[in-house]
Design a protein around this ligand. Structure first.
Ligand code: DAH
Length: 371
């Protein structure tokens, strides 16, 4: 028993001096394991109780248990003291300045195609044009028939699209209200619905609604059954239409040259080439000088060395179309043009792959390089 007392004193003494000099909570935990853990000093003393004569066990047990309680208490109070000191030290170094401005995010911006659309629209508004929008889900009648492209017309082949199944019969449901007065072929009109392949049907809708004289631009999404690196099934166009008395081709030329120079911010060479569209006669295409190389680079990846960029289809509106718009072609004439806004955006902003315009990855535009 006296043996035990000595041991208890030794344990208490060594624990007390150790705990005073322990510098951190981690070291304190190690100390605890050394004395109170499974293989700790005190634990093995407790285990040795079994070897004592039975009459000595109760007192010895009591002594050791009270030593254990004493050590636990000291341990807890030292732990609180060390934690307090450690927290204070951490606060001195790890503080947060809540008055700092946040890191923020990159600013958002208009999509390049939206920007292009706004710029072109505002130039055209300066020339007296108003904006008119039409539906993206269109009727065959407006998209093709009224534009002088009856169902058998070969020009339809270039504009295959997505049809809706609700009017499977091409001749079903053609209503009298949709029939342009006297328009040839109107009686065979179709109400079959499709995703519009161009913005030209808005010409018809606008003429019917507002009559002549008329000066409009119609931007919007259009759809075709195309999907390859240079064609997307959805793309953006801008249509222009002017209807008045005695409109001449020179007004069309002047307006478009003005538009191109305004959009690219400098005077560009331009040329008008003969072309064909069923809804204009005569029809033309506008080429502008290559905005990348100005015609000086025979290996230019933009103009392929030709020095010219095809930017816009146009022509004097076909009398059939004027009539389909409910306007008298004997009294009024006009011109129309249509251009691809995606292409215009790519040319102006130097974007070399159409697909960048439609995937959600903004890093290409933030870095100005391939993502
Ligand atoms: N609608 C034509 C297309 O998508 C573009 C076009 C050409 C529109 C000539 C016009 C025009 O108004 O006069 O290919």
């Amino acid at each position: 028993m006296s043996d035990l007392k000595t041991q208890v004193e030794e344990v208490r003494g060594s624990f007390n001096s150790a705990i005073e000099s322990v510098p951190t909570t981690d070291a304190l935990q190690e100390l605890r394991v050394r004395y109170l853990g499974k293989k700790g000093v005190l634990t093995s003393l407790l285990k040795s109780l079994g070897g004592l004569p039975p009459e000595e066990r109760p007192l010895a047990g009591e002594t050791l248990n009270s030593l254990r309680d004493e050590l636990e208490k000291k341990f807890e109070s030292r732990k609180l003291a060390l934690l307090g000191a450690e927290n204070e030290a951490a606060e001195a170094t790890d503080w947060v300045d809540v008055t700092l401005p946040s890191r923020g995010r990159p600013w958002g911006a208009f999509h390049p195609v939206a920007q292009t659309m706004h710029e072109i629209v505002s130039i055209m508004q300066g020339l007296g044009y108003s904006v008119v929008l039409g539906p993206e889900i269109e009727e065959d009648y407006y998209n093709f028939e009224c534009l002088n492209m009856p169902s058998w017309h070969p020009a339809r082949d270039m504009q295959d699209t997505f049809y809706f199944p609700d009017f499977p019969d091409a001749d079903a449901g053609s209503g009298a209200a949709d029939t342009a007065p006297g328009a040839p072929g109107a009686e065979k009109s179709s109400k079959r619905r499709l995703l519009r392949t161009h913005t030209s049907p808005v010409e018809i809708r606008a003429m019917r609604r507002y009559g002549a004289p008329l000066r409009i631009v119609c931007p919007g999404k259009v759809y075709r059954r195309d999907n390859d690196p240079t064609h997307s099934p959805m793309f953006n166009q801008l249509e222009g239409l002017l209807v008045d008395e005695g409109v001449s081709f020179s007004v069309l030329k002047g307006s478009l040259i003005e538009l191109m120079n305004g959009f690219f911010g400098r005077e560009l060479k331009s040329r008008f080439r003969a072309s064909y569209f069923p809804f204009t006669e005569p029809s033309m295409e506008l080429d502008i000088e290559c905005v990348e190389c100005g015609g000086k680079n025979p290996n230019c990846r933009i103009c392929k060395g030709t020095g010219w960029l095809e930017v816009c289809g146009m022509g004097m509106t076909h009398p059939f179309v004027i009539r389909a718009g409910g306007i008298d072609p004997e009294k009024y004439n006009g011109f129309a043009f249509g251009m691809g806004l995606d292409r215009m955006a790519m040319l102006k902003y130097g974007i070399n792959d159409l697909r960048y315009l439609f995937n959600g990855n903004v890093s290409y535009f933030l870095s100005g390089r391939d993502a």
